[in-house]
Design a protein around this ligand. Structure first.
Ligand code: MSP
Length: 519
């Protein structure tokens, strides 16, 4: 936590072979909440997302649809991937496509440097390739197929047959970096998070690192290898570089120095690429390694990773069209411990929407604003003589502010939300006990009523600030109703409890309206 320090966060760049499902939206939302939170803590924040458009997987999909891969990618980016950002309300700073010129020419620059410095050699490779993963697989990563693939070896992730490839390729001497990688994991224990992910990566590298095939010559949908145009760069090698080409690598040293290194947020399926291959590439190029790699869990359906290829994908709009983007953001980050897998269920989503968002938070905000209107004609009261119970609320505000920021700093988003919810619960308990509606019946209690509503009003304002990264739409409405100065997103979240109160409240419609069954 430092004023003006830099926080650069990335999402994986998404394959454009298909449209997004809620698993992809989950990654986007998590990165967005972290970015908004850090931005609101006064850090120089930069959030990057984008699309991964080269490689065989995209080429095959495009061919099957009778268009060129670039036409296919343009269509998917315009019709599906950019709209996703609107659907779940992402405030990204940049969107990179691997077909952007700024990316392609600097991938070549990077590769040329590694080649000139002797990190690349020519070799031959034979192995099983999974086009779904865009990766060569070890025998141990394959399983026997079932159903239409019975009798064949299939990828354990995609359950689809792998292909035996034999090619002349260029290789990156990755094995030379094994010791430096192990030293990195040792010296920066937080480099790979969570702990389970770190252990997996460390034992993978300990068991021996091979060199990496970084070019393909049997198709041409990719960035050309600069010294041998009969090869294109391996799609992962190309894709990982988006994190540096987007912030000026090779062209704008000042911008690069201002942003890099990044924190990478990725699903656990692509952890090794980010925690092993990527830092080795950066070491070879003499660049700083990332600040860290956080591997989040999967959204599961029937115990398996939700995926379009297995026809278990749920489109994000199916949820947002009924519940709204705020509820989408809240639900997945609140219900799943960040870093663990989680199952989605409509019942759980509806129950949390009603209990936590509508009744817990929304209703609290509406009641407090309505009571200030009813009992004080909209003028925000001041606390006259706060007692221990009132001061206790101020203390919960301070605690929620500190605890949530501390949790965000460790990427524990669910803990941050839980810490804020202690304030929601404390305020609801406070209002039930203090019964402002009863105080309002007797003018002799006027000062007490002022103190109680001033305390509740202040607590609700603190909630607006603390929840704005997760619930940007609802908290903006609430902020306006509170009559507080500026916008909620300008308020310092690491000092949320110190916000400046307004003079008059407005009116507030239900932040989370009741959803009728069947809607
Ligand atoms: N293109 C690569 C990433 C390159 S990054 C240099 C890729 N793309 S992807 O579209 O397949 O996946 C993007 C992200 O979505 C990954 O982090 C992946 O873990 C995440 N998810 C895909 N399905 C998911 C779930 N069912 N649940 C949670 N996240 C999921 O991999």
């Amino acid at each position: 936590m430092a004023d003006g320090s830099s926080f650069y966060i990335t999402t994986p760049i998404f394959y454009v072979n298909d449209v997004p499902h809620i698993g992809h939206a989950y990654t986007e939302v998590a990165a967005d909440v972290l970015a908004r939170w850090h931005r609101q803590a006064g850090e120089r924040t930069w959030s990057l997302t984008g699309t991964d458009e080269h490689g065989q997987k995209i080429l095959r999909t495009a061919t099957a649809n009778g268009v060129t891969p670039k036409e296919w990618a343009d269509k998917l980016v315009a019709e599906a991937w950019k709209p996703l950002l609107e659907t779940v309300d992402i405030a990204n700073d940049d969107f990179i496509r691997t077909t952007d010129e700024r990316h392609e020419r600097n991938v070549q620059r990077f590769l040329q440097k590694l080649y000139d410095d002797g990190h690349i050699y020519t070799g031959e490779y034979e192995g099983y390739y999974c086009v779904g993963c865009e990766e060569y697989k070890q025998q141990s990563e394959l399983v026997d197929g079932t159903g239409e693939y019975a009798g064949q070896l299939v990828c354990a992730i995609h359950s689809k047959p792998v292909e035996l490839l034999h090619e002349k390729n260029y290789f990156f001497r990755m094995s030379a970096f094994a010791d430096r990688l192990l030293a990195l994991y040792e010296e920066q224990p937080g480099f790979v998070q969570p702990e389970s992910a770190r252990n997996e990566v460390v034992s993978f590298v300990r068991s021996g690192l091979s060199d990496l095939s970084i070019s393909r010559s049997t198709f041409d949908w990719g960035v050309k290898v600069p010294w041998d145009e009969s090869h294109v760069v391996y799609v992962w090698f190309d894709a990982l570089l988006n994190y540096v080409t987007a912030v000026g690598y090779g062209e704008d040293d000042e911008e690069f120095a201002r942003r890099w290194p990044a924190h990478h947020l990725v699903g656990k399926d692509i952890l090794r690429f980010h925690a092993v291959i990527w830092p080795a590439m950066l070491m070879a190029a003499g660049l700083e390694v990332p600040r860290g790699v956080f591997g989040h869990g999967w959204l599961l359906v029937g115990g398996e990773k939700m995926s379009k290829s297995k026809l278990t994908g749920i489109a994000p709009e199916q949820i947002t069209s009924t519940f709204g983007s705020d509820a989408f953001r809240y639900y997945f980050l609140r219900a799943i411990s960040f870093g663990q897998d989680g199952s989605f269920s409509w019942e759980d989503l509806s129950a949390r929407y009603q209990a936590e968002l509508a009744n817990g938070f929304g209703n609290l905000a509406s009641r407090v604003i309505a009571m200030v209107n009813r009992y004080f004609e909209g003028a925000v009261p001041a606390a006259v003589a706060p007692t221990d119970v009132d001061l206790a609320i101020a203390e919960v505000e301070r605690r929620a502010t500190d605890a949530s920021w501390e949790a965000i700093d460790r990427f524990a988003i669910h803990e941050a939300i839980a810490a804020v919810w202690e304030l929601v619960d404390a305020l609801n308990g406070y209002i039930t006990e203090q019964e402002p509606w009863a105080l309002a019946k007797d003018p002799a209690n006027r000062e007490r009523l002022e103190t109680v509503l001033a305390t509740a009003y202040h607590g609700v304002g603190t909630l607006a600030v603390l929840l704005s990264p997760v619930l940007p739409k609802a908290t903006a409405k609430l902020w306006t109703a509170l009559g507080a100065p500026g916008s909620v997103q300008e308020q310092r979240i690491d000092r949320a409890h110190e916000w400046t109160v307004g003079e008059r409240v407005g009116t507030l419609e239900a932040l989370f309206p009741r959803i009728e069954a069947g809607e």
